[in-house]
Write a protein that binds this ligand. Sequence first.
Ligand code: G4P
Length: 289
Amino acid sequence: MGEKQNIQWFPGHMTKTKRKIQSSLKLIDVVVEILDARIPLSSHNPDLAEIIENKPKLVLLNKCDKADRTATKKWVDYYLENGVTALPVDCKSGRGINKFVPSLRNILSDKFDAQKKKGIKNPVLRVMIVGIPNVGKSSFINRVCKQSIAKVEDRPGVTRGNQWYTISNDLELLDTPGVLWPKFDDEKTALHLAFTGAVKDRVLDIELLAMDFLEAVKKNVTPEFLSRFKMSKEDVDGKKPYELLELIGRKRGMLISGGEIDMERASNLVIDEYRNGKFGNITLEYPED
Ligand code: G4P
């Protein structure tokens, strides 16, 4: 999805997406929002609630293989407390996907029963998938449609270009009718999107990125992180992010003339290793944040 990462945020994109999603709302029964389990806040577009009005919603916490298990559980509970079902999924291995259809049926059971009562013999429930770029929408659709890859033919009243997929004989899925952009309201959101690779580094200061990441690591340091840099928990606790970054650079022999640490190289190393899962599962955002 490399080329998608190059697209920068323009408010015009969001206006277009908003219009597209709203014009498709009448065709669907439920919205499935895919979030990144490591950054459920930053990967969520806060305008979504207003865009989808009062359509029921199911949240998928994707890439849960890369998130901290306890943190993901906290998020599931948090959503439940707020009346939303959230499912941890891993579209790479398929873990959690088997709960998707039963959860949808549960959410839509009233509507399903009402349609049956009206005499509709085989009601079909329709689902819309939304999420920011790189969150795993295509991976999810591929996973869930594995058994029935057939696309539904053009349907009257459906805008050309909308992609419908059949999941089962009573469930159909509409691919995102537009690009849902994250909202870079604050620096933290932008940083977290950059950590997880959802936006390009180039737009940000890599040293700032690494230090903010190390700040997050300090809250929940993993054994993998410590062993990667041969550090103790005390080493991490007692240091400011800048000092920690220096120590990492020194440990990896990243020196420039005069024996100074090459902070840029050290920053790139930290970010790359996090993205490649070398530090174990680290969630960057918690419900209590
Ligand atoms: P999008 O349609 O929302 O833009 O996202 P897409 O499915 O293309 O996924 C973006 C990247 O995230 C892909 O990696 C994909 O493999 C990865 N991904 C999706 N779901 C999961 C998940 O649950 N766990 C993990 N670990 N990764 C996931 P890529 O590097 O762009 O491609 P690839 O080399 O992995 O195929």
